[in-house]
Design a protein around this ligand. Structure first.
Ligand code: HEC
Length: 310
């Protein structure tokens, strides 16, 4: 069984408000998990879980894009969740650490055994996190696609339906964050299929949702997603390229170049190469054979790092 991944979150919009500068996001100082969230959306992290070495160790690894440190981070979070099973943050981060391994595997991790362990770990710990913290509707953005993709891979219609329901709940409560995940679950559909249109509609709606809010972490760069806006541009632009909407795709990639944190972003060539090969990429999507389609952000081996690496 092969589980093909791509997850994540977040969004971008040309006309969105201020974003923080690259330098400001270097430290956690000043991060407030509640500022900018819609009414009714609240995280459930405790100071003890925030300060636990399992938590800080995981963040050190993710922010450095250090996949070699990932297994140790997973083991530490697993031990922390076992020792304090009511701490939602451990389950959430453990689920996401598994998802990271699924989305950005090391060469030795491309085995069915590791993929199944990762998919199951992501599903079960994200489910538990959402049960423990039903107001953190960000979780729907991760759990929904995990259930849908896992369900599709094992032909489990009930799991797929659960994932769709989770995604709808999340979109109803936190559209600026969760709409992005609708892109992830439908972007691989043929570009003329209604499913791909849904992916495109969701990413456009995500842009609108972001232009309607101020200081929402879903729409800005911040310490836990230092290049959210730059990375988001790549996803958004790739969806427009696949749809053949050249002018809009070019505009959004160009907007990425003007982001304040672009200067400190490790993945600048993702944007410059896309701009340089725009016509060829659009032409490749337009052929009937999907085998020549460019590798899009949602299938890329750096799909977490482009938003999360400092
Ligand atoms: C398009 C940018 C983007 C991509 C791609 C992305 N993320 Fe995120 N991620 C975000 C944003 C934005 C947040 C939300 C932070 C918040 O709401 O406080 C987030 C949150 C998180 C968090 C938890 C943050 C917290 O505050 O506890 C983790 C862990 C995480 N992402 C891991 C991943 C992994 C693993 C992947 C790849 C499968 C990924 N992300 C892909 C932007 C992105």
């Amino acid at each position: 069984m092969k589980l093909c991944w791509s997850l994540p979150l977040c969004w971008f919009v040309i006309a969105c408000g201020d974003s923080s500068s690259g330098d400001d996001v270097a430290a956690d100082a000043g991060i407030d998990a509640h500022v900018g969230r819609p009414d009714g959306v609240a995280l459930c992290y405790s100071p003890a879980a925030d300060a636990d070495p399992a938590t800080t160790g995981f963040w050190t690894a993710l922010r450095a894009g250090d996949r070699a440190a990932r297994d140790a981070a997973i083991a530490a979070l697993d031990a922390a969740a076992t020792a304090a099973p009511a701490e939602e943050e451990f389950h959430l981060l453990l689920g996401l650490a598994h998802l990271w391994r699924l989305a950005e595997p090391l060469p030795g991790e491309l085995t069915p055994a590791v993929q199944v362990t990762s998919a199951t770990g992501a599903r079960d710990h994200l489910r538990r996190a959402y049960e423990l913290c039903p107001t953190d509707h960000r979780i729907a953005a991760w759990l929904g696609p995990v259930l849908i993709r896992y369900g599709r891979a094992v032909n489990d219609a009930a799991m797929v339906a659960e994932g769709e329901a989770v995604l709808d709940t999340g979109i109803a409560h936190y559209p600026s964050f969760v709409l992005f995940s609708k892109l992830l679950v439908h972007a691989d559909a043929p570009r003329d299929a209604p499913e791909f249109q849904q992916a495109l509609d969701a990413v456009l709606a995500n842009g609108d949702a972001c232009s309607a809010v101020v200081a929402d972490p879903a729409c800005e760069d911040h310490p836990h997603a230092a290049h959210n806006r730059e990375g988001g541009v790549v996803f958004f632009g790739d969806a427009l390229v696949k749809a053949g909407r050249r002018a809009e795709a070019e505009a959004i990639y160009m907007a990425g170049l003007r982001e304040p944190a672009y200067a400190t972003w490790d993945y600048q060539t993702l944007l410059t190469e896309r701009l340089a090969t725009l016509d060829a990429r659009i032409a490749a999507y337009a052929t009937p054979d999907p085998a020549d389609d460019p590798v899009a952000a949602w299938a890329a081996p750096n799909q977490c790092a482009m938003c999360h690496s400092d």
